[in-house]
Design a protein. Structure first.
Length: 268
């Protein structure tokens, strides 16, 4: 056997080994050729076929966009286009669709690979189904949202009076939930007083103070009086950089009980 034939045989064995190895990785792998019109796929491994449900002879020669659907994020598609145009690596998570029409979240990584012997750059796409992780993240987000919603209950205590007991930490998201809930509640009940008890708030920041301002403005427009209870010395000291509540003429009391006693006496 000549030396040239031996080198060729060695290359064939090496290519077969690489192909076999790629076929066994736990992800879909495709190779596209940007020198051809529309940057078609020229190779896909078994992992890609199992992920998408397509056989290689159905899809080779096509652009990978056939995996996209009507609700695929166009901003993510644009990121792919920009990466391909500029021969840059891309890593995104995007909605794709299998042959049977089922949706999956695709963790897609695209790498430009320059083959020196061929003096050409190809794109290698590595794709992984991360639908289960995305569903878990969405479920956790839903649970956290529910916990925040339930941690700001509005409790009717007497005719035309409700109490909003705040517990824990107030952030921007929870503040918006609180404003939405109070707006809906007061609109439905037409109450005269809302007592916001802050005795169990353990973290004071700008969101808490701005929340009081916004809550007071909202209720004032709706004809309801905001009453604050449970302000401790720490809150009073920390409120100084953010707000001067004396400007709002807010009624403040040490406890909900004291506030109720005053309101009842005022309305006798």
């Amino acid at each position: 056997m000549s030396g040239q034939s031996f080198v060729r045989l060695e290359e064939i064995h090496q290519n077969e080994f690489i192909k076999a190895a790629i076929d066994r990785v736990g992800a879909g792998v495709v190779i596209t050729d940007p020198e051809q019109e529309d940057n078609p796929m020229i190779y896909c491994n078994k992992g890609f076929q199992e992920l998408t449900g397509y056989e290689s002879d159905e899809i080779l020669g096509q652009n990978c966009r056939f995996l996209q659907g009507d609700d695929t994020s166009q901003s993510q598609v644009e990121r792919i286009r920009d990466g391909l145009k500029n021969f840059q690596s891309v890593q995104i998570e995007i909605k794709n669709y299998r042959k049977d029409g089922s949706m999956f979240w695709n963790e897609l990584q695209i790498f430009p690979v320059f083959i020196e012997q061929m003096e050409q750059t190809y794109f290698v796409g590595v794709q992984k189904d991360v639908s289960q992780r995305r569903q878990q993240e969405e479920l956790i987000g839903h649970y956290l949202s529910e916990v925040k919603r339930l941690s700001t209950p509005i409790v009717p205590v007497e005719d035309n009076i409700s109490v909003l007991p705040l517990v824990g930490t107030i952030d921007d998201e929870r503040l918006q939930q609180m404003l939405d809930a109070v707006s809906h509640h007061v609109k439905e009940t037409k109450e005269d007083y809302l007592i916001m008890d802050m005795s169990a708030v353990h973290s004071y920041n700008e969101a808490v103070h701005m929340g009081i301002y916004q809550m007071n403005q909202l209720l004032d427009l709706m004809g309801t009086t905001l009453v604050i209870t449970g302000i401790n010395p720490t809150f009073a000291i920390q409120s100084a950089p953010y707000a001067d509540f004396s400007e709002l003429s807010l009624q403040t009391y040490a406890s909900v009980k004291q506030a109720l006693q005053f309101i009842q006496k005022e309305n006798i």
